[in-house]
Design a protein around this ligand. Structure first.
Ligand code: GLC
Ligand code: GLC
Length: 815
């Protein structure tokens, strides 16, 4: 069952009913000011850091699930005083028409009720720290109808958050006394804590003269009432309340008269502003916000022409960003995901890491070291300069041991001490992230950038040194089989082989109740082989010695063959006591997906056929119609020696859920062994667009990947959770574009090496690469051949680099 459809032309997903199985959300903002918005206008906004600079309040895990947001109310004065929300929530009035269009960094919700058409558009203009809501009202009543002239009231509503979202949700004894606002010329200023150490405030402005306003939540809603029936709206009049403590709130009241057929637009601007500390107050010495600098910004964005131009600029930016790669394949779902939605999700995951969605509360996690490195894979071709900056930020949190803070805070860019380090896969992801950057850009100057360790001034070393230490970190931490020690965990955060927790509430990732163990990871071993080979390639590119990396990779591959191969698949690990995990000899958890993907991506077993054997085992034991589960059989009970993985009921999350992040590794592995049908088959199983028709089962948005789909052991097999912020986005993008379509940036240039389904006649693509444009045609023919600008080339070579600005015609014929 569908709840909407794709509008590929406009690059929008169109939702045609408000009661989607879960809120289907979108993101506003791409630079510094961000928001999340649901298909019924729920959600919140923040500046840079969703925890520390949150503008509007949001209550997670509410009932209904999504409640609180950028709400508007319309009230009909001429008729009976009835009121409704043009975005359905929060009044849930049964609207005559409803449509939500989620576009790239904007959302538009339209509805009709009582022949009043309302369209609300939300977006964040480029270069600004504010969001625009534009309401367009049309009176569609026929002139001969009674009350054909619409006498309407419009009320806006935003509940302010007192900035630190964690504190805001817990520290009531203080916060009920700190709230402060100012209202000047119809602009509501939220200035809690501005009197002391904050130099920033929020504002909420409206383009029209006000009939009234409210800034105290209780005055707007009325005691014992909620957003579904605010007293101000019911009464048709605000009370011009000024908040003193309690809950600062922003609500404008505007009166509108519309003749039949008339349309009016009303603009609202919600924004963030920071003043210089020495010019905070006006007059100096007072407690009044200095508004000299912010006022022109507000005035500008309340003008319709500015808004129109801002919206056009946003759309143009997305045209440019998506122009890096556009494909036309025989599969419509592939096209819309590659050309639009997957690329878009890559930008969002790059910006948000795992911090802010409807499943990540914005207060929990910072930027993940491993996550952010992987996110680069899908983002680097869009804005390489930002990828470069991100790499240097991440590397600066690396420790001098070569180890890494698991997370860092986006606002301070400092490593997070709460979670610390010791996830032994982390450092190797830095090599893979840098390799992705170099392959895309060829910018080897990044390797010479001086980067500190642990942000410690004076400790700067060239980035290349960081990469070397990453490899060394693994080599200095090998276990009894010669495999890498796992530490707190590897990619699988929930395989905690050194934790041994018996106490409820203990964090699995950071608790170590036993020392002296020898837990080793076959996954890290595979990742090491991959990373060492990448570093050797980088070394060759810049004329440094790299043989030792190749030797180390070779040796590790041998160790995997000896101690990591189980007979029909790669083993997962050895536990604290040296017992094997992920082996036919285990009663549960016999085969895991991660080492199959990672070892084969590292090239292990490709020559001797063990890779093909492992892939056959995956297909036989792990693949389901909804994707590939993480392991089998699922753990049926808690196992203290394995940790969090066995804390989940079977079929969910890391305990045999379809952890989508891992699936593209298997697509890539299938492509590496030349099985295009197999790779594409796995691709389609989890492709959101291809699951649109089963939205009642999948439940999450059909336009973006979710972290997890419930596995076959779960009673809700096929149900997705945790949409948006997942490494699934970047990896699937890499799998389909670089391996299935085979348009692959390499250190020496662009390669076209497709491994497509047997029944595809071919495809075309336009790829921007290092300043030039490549028009690529892949077609079938009797013999394999490659021509570039009419000249025959070795079909297995990288394309000759075209000069910046040039257009190169590439025709690859495959048999
Ligand atoms: C989450 C984490 C990621 C981890 C994965 C598997 O997606 O963000 O870092 O690799 O779970 O546990
Ligand atoms: C939990 C989640 C896991 C995630 C981790 C991050 O363990 O189950 O998916 O990676 O938290 O800390």
């Amino acid at each position: 069952m569908r709840f909407g459809h794709f509008d590929d032309e406009r690059r929008e997903y169109v939702i045609d009913r408000p009661d989607t199985p879960l809120p289907w959300i979108n993101y506003l903002g791409t630079e510094a000011y961000f928001g999340i918005i649901s298909n019924t206008a729920g959600g919140y906004s923040f500046y840079r850091d969703a925890r520390l600079r949150r503008l509007s309040r949001y209550r997670y895990n509410n009932a209904p699930f999504d409640f609180g947001g950028r709400y508007l109310y319309l009230r009909d004065h001429a008729q009976d005083g009835a009121y409704w929300s043009p975005t359905w929530q929060p009044t849930q009035t049964e609207l005559d028409e409803y449509e939500c269009r989620h576009g790239l960094s904007y959302t538009q919700i339209s509805s009709a009720y009582r022949n009043i058409k309302a369209q609300v558009s939300y977006f964040v203009p480029l270069g600004e720290t504010l969001e625009v809501w534009r309401l367009r009202l049309t009176n569609e009543r026929s002139p001969d109808q009674a009350d054909s002239v619409a006498e309407l009231s419009v009320f806006s509503s935003v509940e302010f958050c007192l900035w630190d979202a964690q504190d805001d949700a817990t520290n009531f004894q203080r916060n009920f006394s700190t709230g402060q606002v100012e209202v000047v010329d119809g602009v509501i200023y939220h200035k809690t804590e501005y009197r002391e150490r904050r130099d920033h405030f929020a504002y909420f402005a409206c383009s029209e003269p006000l009939a009234g306003f409210d800034t105290a939540r209780e005055s707007f809603l009325g005691p014992y009432r909620s957003w579904d029936r605010p007293i101000a709206v019911e009464r048709g009049a605000s009370s011009d309340s000024i908040a003193h403590g309690w809950q600062p709130h922003g609500s404008h009241h505007v009166r509108v008269t519309l003749e039949p057929g008339e349309t009016r637009e009303i603009g609202f601007v919600l924004g963030y502003w920071e003043n210089p500390r020495d010019a905070k107050f006006d007059p100096p010495g007072s407690q009044t916000i200095n508004k000299h600098m912010v006022r022109p910004v507000i005035a500008r964005w309340l003008q319709q022409e500015t808004v129109d131009a801002g919206f056009r600029a946003l759309r143009e930016q997305w045209d440019a960003l998506l122009g890096g790669l556009q494909v036309a394949t025989p599969d419509g779902d592939t096209d819309r995901m590659v050309n639009i939605w997957n690329a878009y999700q890559n930008m969002v995951t790059f910006n948000m890491s795992r911090s802010t969605s409807f499943y990540e509360s914005g207060i929990g996690r910072g930027m993940g070291f491993r996550d952010s490195n992987q996110d680069l894979l899908g983002f680097v071709h869009m804005i390489p300069e930002r990828a470069r900056e991100r790499i240097l930020d991440i590397a600066a949190t690396q420790l001098s041991t070569g180890g890494a803070y698991h997370q860092y805070q986006p606002l301070t860019k400092r490593g997070n001490n709460d979670i610390g380090s010791g996830f032994n896969d982390d450092p190797l992801w830095l090599i893979l992230g840098v390799a992705a950057y170099l392959k895309e850009t060829g910018d080897t100057s990044i390797l010479e950038e001086p980067v500190p360790y642990d942000n410690d001034p004076g400790s700067e070393q060239p980035l290349y040194d960081h990469l070397q230490r990453s490899l060394r970190y693994t080599l200095e931490r090998l276990g009894p089989h010669g495999l890498p020690l796992i530490g707190r965990a590897d990619w699988n955060d929930c395989l905690n082989l050194n934790c041994f927790s018996e106490t409820p509430g203990e964090p699995f990732q950071t608790t170590e109740n036993a020392t002296g163990g020898v837990a080793e990871s076959v996954f890290i071993a595979g990742q090491f082989v991959l990373a060492a080979r990448e570093l050797a390639g980088i070394a060759a590119l810049v004329g440094r010695p790299g043989q030792e990396y190749l030797d180390a990779a070779e040796k590790m591959a041998g160790t995997i063959a000896e101690h990591g191969w189980d007979g029909a698949w790669f083993r997962r690990a050895y536990d604290f006591h040296g017992n094997v995990v992920g082996s036919a000899s285990n009663d549960e958890g016999q085969i895991f997906i991660e080492p199959q993907g990672m070892c084969i991506m590292g090239g292990v077993g490709v020559e001797d056929g063990t890779a093909a054997t492992a892939l056959a085992s995956v297909r036989e034991r792990l693949a389901t119609p909804h994707g590939i589960v993480l392991q089998q059989p699922a753990y049926s009970s808690y196992r203290v020696e394995l940790g969090e993985i066995s804390s989940y009921p079977p079929g969910y999350k890391e305990n045999a859920g379809i952890f989508c992040h891992t699936n593209p590794w298997l697509m890539i592995a299938e492509a590496i062994v030349g099985n295009g049908d197999g790779a594409f088959d796995y691709y389609k199983r989890i492709l959101p667009a291809a699951r649109e028709a089963i939205s009642e089962v999948h439940r999450c948005e059909p336009y973006v990947y979710a972290q997890m789909i419930a596995g076959r052991d779960a009673p809700t097999h096929g149900e997705a959770k945790n949409s948006w912020l997942t490494g699934t986005a970047a990896w699937n993008y890499a799998a389909v574009t670089q391996w299935i379509l085979g348009i692959r940036p390499e250190l020496t240039g662009l390669r076209v090496a497709p491994v497509i389904p047997a029944d595809w006649p071919g495809f075309t693509a336009v790829r921007r690469f290092r300043g030039a444009t490549y028009n690529i045609t892949v077609q079938r023919g009797a013999e394999r051949s490659l021509t570039v600008d009419g000249e025959a080339r070795d079909p297995d070579s990288v394309l000759p680099l075209a000069p910046a600005g040039a257009i190169s015609e590439v025709i690859l014929t495959i048999s």
